[in-house]
Write a protein that binds this ligand. Structure first.
Ligand code: NAD
Ligand code: TYD
Length: 342
């Protein structure tokens, strides 16, 4: 019988896409551990949890006893850690939950995995650990220096260092993936692309931070997940793999693509910029392409059109998601700018 893989944060945007893909591409059973914070949603795993090949457990990666009980209960080949507080703007409002989950939670998983002889630990990290990339500079490579700008990216960089320390100190089998900005179905609409899609569909203003000329390197979530699965199976222990879409776009251009594709008459409104806002991220994928035989395959234009269609046809999903915490966050963050339009 094949051993299991523990996917933490599997009810989130990327984690749920990863679980789907793992079930198709491996023999392993999948156990999802997720705290179901505001960003976690069991609907993201609809039709996936069957209690046999794929099981769901609610709990926090910071809970040592719980993680120990889970890992003692059956043979785990590995852990893929996708659980995180993931939104930069929230980390600026309040950083402690980011330290708790992203830093302490990662260390808890590493420690228990080592005690329970789990073979491999994959840490899903981000290109944001490299900080702000000047316009004329070469794209980030795995060896680029860490220079995080936000509490979010600082917490992710701290976790990466703990993962590498576990490798060096304890000989633990670890792999780190650092990916650029993802988009695709089921992304929580506090993030740029789904927020803009939903505002465009609902005829509300599109809030662009500052001049909107910041650059992100967009990758479809399925391309990201495929690279993570290859890194999990074939990556060298102790290695860092950069993952990106080879698709640098200015935010304002993405906004105009969304307005055009939705035929929306919504206004673009430039709002106060994010403090410490990184102007550019870009990933050099050549090293990962050589080492893992992977390159991104989904054209941004196609992936964005498919994503817009997904949101258009899944109104029940986002109506549900946009109640509760989302509503209060949106009002707090964007203020009276959108008063009365939620
Ligand atoms: P997300 O916010 O959509 O999902 C995070 C999930 O983690 C949620 O289901 C949440 O309930 C869960 N979670 C939070 N705290 C937890 C805890 N203490 N214990 C257990 N579960 C907990 O995030 P995402 O966009 O899917 O990102 C997944 C991972 O990928 C994160 O580590 C993030 O840093 C990384 N990443 C994201 C992007 C991106 O563009 N979204 C890019 C590169 C890397
Ligand atoms: P985001 O999705 O928060 O990802 P990250 O900051 O982690 O890259 O934001 C992507 C880009 O979009 C970033 O440059 C900030 C910008 N942005 C806006 O202009 N308006 C918004 O309302 C949001 C949420 C983001």
């Amino acid at each position: 019988m094949s051993s299991s893989i523990l996917v933490t944060g599997g009810a989130g945007f990327i984690g749920s896409a990863l679980v789907r893909r793992l079930l198709l591409s491996t023999e392993s059973n999948i156990v999802v551990l997720d705290a179901l914070t505001y960003a976690g949603n069991l609907e993201n795993l609809d039709g996936v949890i069957d209690g046999h090949r794929c099981r769901f457990l609610r709990g926090s990666i910071t809970d040592t006893r719980l993680v120990e009980t889970i890992l003692q209960g059956e043979k785990f080949d590995g852990i893929i850690n996708c659980a995180a507080e993931s939104h930069v703007d929230r980390s600026i409002e309040s950083a402690v939950p980011f330290i708790h989950t992203n830093v302490v939670g990662t260390q808890v998983l590493l420690d228990v995995a080592r005690r329970q002889n789990v073979r491999r630990f994959l840490q899903m990290s981000t290109d944001e650990v490299y900080g702000d990339l000047p316009r004329n500079a070469d794209a980030f490579r795995s060896t680029s220096p860490l220079a995080p700008s936000s509490p979010y990216s600082a917490s992710k960089a701290a976790a990466d260092l703990l993962v590498l320390a576990a490798h060096r100190t304890h000989g633990q089998d670890v792999v780190i993936t650092r990916c650029s900005n993802n988009y695709g179905p089921r992304q929580f609409p506090e993030k740029f692309i789904p927020l803009m899609i939903l505002n465009a569909l609902e005829g509300r203003p599109l809030p662009v931070y500052g001049d909107g000329r910041q650059i992100r390197d967009w990758i479809h979530v399925d391309d990201h997940c495929e690279a993570v699965i290859r890194a999990y199976h074939d990556g060298d222990s102790g290695a860092v793999y950069t993952i990106g879409g080879d698709c640098e776009r200015e935010n304002i251009d993405v906004v105009h693509m969304i307005l055009k594709a939705t035929a929306s008459a919504s206004a673009v409104t430039h709002v106060t910029d994010r403090p410490g806002h990184d102007r550019r991220y870009a990933i050099d994928v050549s090293e990962t392409a050589t080492r893992l035989g992977w390159t991104p395959s989904i054209r941004f234009e196609d992936g964005l059109a498919e994503t817009i269609e997904w949101y258009r046809t899944h109104q029940a999903w986002w109506t549900n998601v946009k109640s509760g915490d989302y509503r209060t966050y949106y009002e707090r963050h964007y203020g009276s700018f959108h008063e009365g339009t939620l």
